[in-house]
Write a protein that binds this ligand. Structure first.
Ligand SMILES: [Zn+2]
Length: 407
C-alpha cells in the first residue's frame, strides 16, 4: 500500500509555493516559484531513493533502476507549473503520486525489470508563453528552435527564460528520447470535469485525449439603420451567426461525444441602433475520435454555407489550430484496468476533454492516463479540490499500473 498521509502532506506542502494573495497559486515556468517547487520535489525524489537529474529542457527526473540494464524505461509523471491563480492538484498530484509509487516499491524492496522514471515536465500549462507542453515536446523530440521564440508578456522568449534559469537553450535537442527507449508513459491527473463525481467513483481509466479544432468564423452582411431598414431587405450578419450557433450546438450534441463551444463573439460596428454588418466568432470543437470530429465539422460548414447563401451574407472560415486527438494505448489502458482491480476498485473508462503532456508522447511510446474525481469538476481555480481518499486511490492504482508496466 502507498502511504496516503505522506502523499497528502507533500501535496499540501507544495501548495504553499507560489501562493497568491488574490487566491490560488501561480507557478509559471522558469521563475523562482517554479524553481522552489522543483527543489522541494527533488528533495522528495531523493527521500524516495531515486537518482535525480534535470534534462536539457528542464524536466526534473527521478530514476529507479531496473534489473535489466538493456530494458526500456517506464515513464510516470505530470507537471508542477500552474496557470495564473491555479489550484493545488492539477499537476502536483501526478508528480507526487509517481514519487509515492516508487518510494513504496523501494520500501518494500520491489525490483522491476524495467527502470522507472518519475518526471515533472517543464511548462505543461503554457500560461507564461501561450505555448505549453515544452517538457514533453522536448522528450518527444518535436520541440523546435522556432518554438523557443515564443514570448511572455514582458517580451522574454522561452530561450531567454531558459538562459536566465541557468540552462543552455541551444542544447534543447539533448532532451529527446530515442524511439524504443521508452516502454510506456502513464500520468495520474485530476479529471477537471464531473463525470467521475456523477458516477460516484474515485478513479477512472482514460481512453484518449480530445484534440481541439479551433475555427474562426467571419460573416459579412450589411450594416444599416436599425430604424429605417425593413426586416425583409436586411442582411444581418448576427442573425446568420445566431442560426449557425444553433447548428453547432445541435451537431455537436448529436454524436454524444463531441463538444462544441463558441467562446468569443464580436459584432461590428457594434452600435445599439445599427444592424450588425460583420460578426466574428470562434469555435472550439473536440472529440477523441478524429473522424467523428471531422464529420461534425463538415456538417456544420455545409449548413453554414447554405444558410449564409439564403441570407445573402458572406462566410469565411479560418482554421486557427487543428490538433489531432490522442487515443490512449491498449497496453497502458489494460495495465491501468488490471491495476484498478488490484486496488479493489471498479474499472471505469472516460475520455479527457482537456489537453495533457501525453498527447505529445504518442509518437514516442504507448501513452495512457488515470483520472481522479474533481470536486464539482472545478479546475484552473483556487477552489480546485480532490479529497485525501481520492488522491490515495489514484496513487494506489498508479502504483499497480507502473508495476504492471515495469515488472
Ligand atoms: Zn495538468
Amino acid at each position: 500500500m502507498i502511504n496516503r498521509e505522506r502523499l497528502w502532506n507533500r501535496i499540501m506542502a507544495l501548495s504553499v509555493i507560489g501562493e497568491q494573495e488574490s487566491g490560488g497559486i501561480t507557478r509559471l515556468s522558469f521563475t523562482e516559484e517554479e524553481r522552489a517547487a522543483k527543489d522541494l520535489v527533488s528533495s522528495y525524489m531523493k527521500e524516495a531513493g531515486l537518482s535525480v537529474r534535470e534534462d536539457a529542457v528542464g524536466n526534473l527526473i527521478g530514476r529507479k533502476e531496473g534489473s535489466d540494464p538493456q530494458a526500456s524505461v517506464v515513464l510516470v509523471g505530470s507537471h508542477v507549473d500552474s496557470v495564473y491563480n491555479g489550484g493545488n492538484f492539477d499537476g502536483p498530484l501526478g508528480v507526487l503520486s509517481g514519487i509515492e509509487a516508487l518510494q513504496t516499491m523501494n520500501e518494500q524492496d520491489i525490483q522491476t525489470k524495467h527502470p522507472i522514471e518519475v518526471i515533472a515536465f517543464t511548462d505543461e500549462e503554457g500560461a507564461r508563453f501561450s505555448f505549453g507542453m515544452i517538457g514533453s515536446r522536448g522528450i518527444a523530440g518535436t520541440l523546435t528552435e522556432e518554438n523557443l521564440k515564443n514570448r511572455d508578456k514582458q517580451g522574454i522568449s522561452i530561450a531567454e527564460a531558459m538562459r536566465q534559469a541557468g540552462s543552455d537553450p541551444t542544447a534543447f535537442r539533448n532532451a529527446a528520447r530515442e524511439k524504443g527507449s521508452v516502454k510506456a508513459f502513464i500520468e495520474l491527473h485530476i479529471e477537471q470535469g464531473k463525470i467521475l463525481e456523477n458516477q460516484n467513483l474515485s478513479v477512472g481509466v482514460v481512453t484518449g485525449i480530445a484534440g481541439p479544432l479551433w475555427l474562426k468564423f467571419t460573416i459579412e452582411g450589411e450594416a444599416g439603420h436599425a430604424g429605417t431598414t425593413p426586416m425583409s431587405i436586411r442582411h444581418d450578419a448576427l442573425a446568420a451567426a445566431a442560426q449557425m450557433m444553433q447548428v453547432i450546438e445541435k451537431e455537436s450534441a448529436a454524436t454524444g461525444s463531441t463538444v462544441g463551444t463558441i467562446g468569443q463573439l464580436q459584432l461590428f460596428p457594434g452600435g445599439v441602433n445599427i444592424i450588425p454588418g460583420r460578426v466574428e466568432f470562434t469555435l472550439d470543437l473536440r472529440d477523441i475520435n478524429e473522424t467523428v470530429r471531422d464529420q461534425v465539422e463538415q456538417k456544420i460548414l455545409e449548413q453554414a454555407e447554405t444558410l449564409c447563401a439564403e441570407r445573402g451574407v458572406k462566410l469565411q472560415v479560418e482554421v486557427l489550430q487543428r490538433v489531432a486527438p490522442a487515443p490512449c494505448s491498449e497496453l497502458v489502458q489494460n495495465a491501468a484496468k488490471d491495476a484498478s482491480l488490484a486496488a479493489g476498485l471498479e474499472t471505469f473508462t472516460l475520455a479527457s476533454g482537456a489537453g495533457h503532456d501525453g498527447m505529445q508522447l504518442t509518437e514516442l511510446c504507448p501513452m495512457g492516463m488515470l483520472f481522479i474525481r474533481s470536486k464539482d469538476g472545478i479546475s484552473h481555480n483556487p477552489a480546485e479540490w480532490s479529497s485525501l481518499e481520492d488522491c490515495a486511490d489514484g496513487a494506489q492504482v498508479l502504483y499497480h499500473t507502473v508495476l504492471n508496466l515495469a515488472k
